[in-house]
Design a binder for this molecule. Sequence first.
Ligand SMILES: Cc1cc2nc3c(=O)[nH]c(=O)nc-3n(C[C@H](O)[C@H](O)[C@H](O)COP(=O)(O)OP(=O)(O)OC[C@H]3O[C@@H](n4cnc5c(N)ncnc54)[C@H](O)[C@@H]3O)c2cc1C
Length: 385
Amino acid sequence: MNAGVLIVGSGMAGVTLARELRKLDVNTDITLISADRGGFYSKPNISNALAAGKTADQLMMSQREALAAQLKIEIRAGVEVTALHPDTNTVTTSIGDIRYEKLALALGARPIRLPLAGDGASEVLSVNHLDDYAEFRRALDGKKHVTLLGAGLIGCEFANDLRLGGFEVDVFDLAPQALGRLLPLQAATFFQQRLESAGVKFHFSTSIVSVVKSNARYLLHDNHGVLHQTDLVLSAIGLIPETGLARTAGLTTNRGIVVDLYQQANAGATDAPIYALGDCMEVGQLNLPFILPIMAQARALAKTLAGTPTELHYAAMPVVVKTPACPTVVCPPPAGAAGAWQETSNDNGVRALYLDNEDKPLGFALTGSAVTERQSLATQIPAWM
Ligand SMILES: Cc1cc2nc3c(=O)[nH]c(=O)nc-3n(C[C@H](O)[C@H](O)[C@H](O)COP(=O)(O)OP(=O)(O)OC[C@H]3O[C@@H](n4cnc5c(N)ncnc54)[C@H](O)[C@@H]3O)c2cc1C
């Protein structure tokens, strides 16, 4: 089989790239292959769909056939790429080899699994795709209590959604606070209190070490030797970019698949037409697994693939944490940037600015009523890249 532009992955990155490229070029032959269903859904919806009573099918915004017809592309679903061959512009897949003129890798990231002991460890769920969400909904049927591993962005969103859905929720994290990588102390405390008022129970500086089946429930041992009981365990401790295929094929990888400003991967001696975007990609040492960066990547790469080489630039891009119990927006400072958090708070919210040595803001975190400042502050933060 032959393809003009071959996109691997039908998540937000792969589909948005196909859409942007089609806008610029009505003729290019675009083939999208994906290990999953090949339709389009917005992944952020899966951590606040439960309380809204949405099933996985209801979250699918375009079925594969409709998407293919709308974008005038070919979509092959349920097809796994098993090897890349940069020297021959070919990929090996579960349905045979495909030769391409240009290849875009939009492989996403997969959940990190904790090394848990116990016969229930393999039944711990992670929700990173629509099918995971369908399985999660089935597993919740008839259950009352859910334990979340991880008090990061996704863990807290699920915790809030589960509470709104009527479940009891305990959240464990080795960090001493919620949203440990995103919020300074006062903002984190405010956030924690709001979620606790909504019924979420946090256990900080604590991790679960074993999951043992006990009738239809699970017994959980934590690292302090305390025993807990639950009906379902959901892990949300982070994601690791899908780099295995690229690394095996000799492309440069670090945390993600390393690309230059044109999002082209480095294939060593071969100047291969291989590009990457989305959660699997790293540029300028930034791996940003969020929607706004993906939009910027897809727009720039579409121009490059359509014949106008276009560098990727990142404005500062705030992330909205979808916890209705505590509206929160974060725009983290660049990793390692010199400076300090300055927090001001009242009963209704916390405004935290990360100021450099000249008192210029490099990042911010807003909780509660302070989120109204999101737009005005975002314009003051220097571009990320
Ligand atoms: C629960 C949750 C809530 C989120 N909420 C937000 C939010 O509110 N705001 C925000 O900005 N971001 C949010 N994010 C992050 C955001 O959703 C992701 O950054 C984005 O969806 C990633 O898109 P992607 O296309 O890069 O990867 P994915 O959606 O993971 O897609 C990867 C694709 O690659 C395919 N694939 C992988 N390997 C192969 C292979 N070998 N062969 C064939 N196909 C393959 C997969 O089948 C899939 O189609 C959230 C993430 C989660 C999990």
